[in-house]
Design a protein around this ligand. Structure first.
Ligand SMILES: Cc1ncc(COP(=O)(O)O)c(C=O)c1O
Length: 387
């Protein structure tokens, strides 16, 4: 069931309600087969419905508030404090805000890096999200693509060669805390070691961590590498609609307060606040969605959700391999990568994300074993039909 443009014609109240009902049904159907993207569709924000009667706008610096009284800055600061504690940075040394998503967080983080090191070169692995390369273009930064290992992790021997070729310029590194396609986690410690070994002292490099999905998951995975501001990193960005699950795209950027000066901020009299964010008006609802999800789940709830996603990813990996479909999964990832199905209609039905000859499923919270069973049996059927 889907809506055509012609269905949207007509403007009686009854017709509008009908359209919304049909669209909600179509969304429910799509959700039952939504496997390929790292979006958690398992949430219930009914309790926040009364807030839909209000415009809530967090323009300005969340820590300073603003004279725009319809704001949810208190909720936003509570969310930022939570992430500061998760990623081990003292509240009085931390700054951040609720963004429109991972892309905006990456833009802010990399921009902070460029302001710290104005003639710095951006290094991003080939498996980095496309936003990293777009940001280099927006910021007019020289960008060097670094090769990856088979796992998708940044190849530090290639990084070393690239650093040596541009030794005179500082380095701004985009680290993937989970690549988009196969959830490979770049080794922060090895990157830092490589930088230091080849003469890049701490005042000559800046590390931005793109943790869109895994920035929130890693801290709950036993033996996973530690994501922490105790390491020499400058910023971490995540998407709020990915692991946490929000009905609207949003995200969080956390950086060090000492960087929010010079070109990164200016006082704005009309809102009686400081302008240090990428966008002006910002969703006050997004901050409340994040706050509500964090409070409801708690650390224990989040840990249980991470465990479930990892278990279900292992289940799918086994099932695919047992069915003779070549598949892989990185150790700290809930993304299962496999050969791209030949049947495009099938791939679209299950909302699979495809790249080259590969496709993947991301085992998010709404993905059940029943969904995975149906997916694999349909895949096997289509495949044998083609062979
Ligand atoms: C690694 C990575 N970084 C950044 C992003 C962009 O996040 P958003 O879509 O929230 O802007 C994604 C999205 O999938 C991603 O996988």
């Amino acid at each position: 069931m889907s809506l055509a443009m012609s269905d949207l014609a007509g403007d009686s109240e009854q017709h509008l309600l009908q359209i919304i009902t049909i669209f909600a049904q179509a969304l429910s159907l799509s959700k039952m087969r939504f496997l390929g993207y790292p979006t958690n569709l398992e949430f219930d924000y009914e309790a926040l419905a009364p807030l839909l009667h209000f415009h809530i706008n967090n323009a300005g610096d969340p820590f300073l508030g603003s004279c725009y009284t319809l704001n949810s800055a208190a909720f936003e600061v509570s969310v930022l404090d939570w992430f500061a504690s998760l990623w081990e940075i003292a509240k009085n040394q931390c700054w951040g805000y609720v963004t429109t998503g991972g892309t905006e967080g990456n833009l802010h983080g990399i921009l902070v890096g460029r302001e710290q090191l104005p003639d710095g070169i951006l290094y991003a692995s080939e498996e980095s999200h496309y936003s990293a390369f777009k940001i280099a273009r927006i910021c007019r930064m020289q960008c060097v693509k670094v090769a990856t290992l088979r796992s998708g992790e940044i190849d530090c021997s290639d990084l070393k060669a690239s650093l040596l070729a541009h030794k005179d310029k500082p380095a701004i590194i985009n680290i993937n805390i989970g690549t988009t396609m196969n959830g490979a986690i770049d080794d922060i410690d090895l990157v830092v070691q490589t930088l230091e070994e080849y003469g890049f002292t701490r005042d000559r490099f800046y590390i931005h961590c793109d943790g869109a999905l895994f920035g929130l998951m890693l801290p709950f995975i036993k033996q996973a590498p530690r994501l922490s501001f105790k390491k020499p990193i400058g910023s971490i960005a995540i998407s709020g609609h990915k692991f946490l699950g929000c009905p609207v795209p949003c995200g969080v950027i956390i950086t060090r307060l000492e960087y929010i000066k010079g070109n990164m901020s200016s006082d704005v009299e009309i809102i009686a606040s400081r302008d240090a964010t990428i966008t002006g008006s910002r969703s006050g609802h997004a901050a409340i969605f994040l706050w509500y999800a964090l409070k409801k789940k708690g650390l224990l709830g989040l840990k249980e959700e991470v465990d479930k996603c990892m278990r279900n990813a292992d289940y799918l990996l086994d099932k695919l391999q047992n069915a003779g479909i070549s598949a892989m999964k990185n150790e700290f990832s809930n993304i299962v990568v496999f050969e791209k199905p030949q049947d495009e209609e099938f791939a679209r039905r299950w909302s699979l994300a495809c790249k080259g000859s590969m496709a993947h499923v991301v085992a998010m919270q709404h993905v059940t074993l029943e969904m995975l069973d149906s997916f694999v049996s349909e895949f096997v059927q289509k495949r044998s039909f083609k062979l």
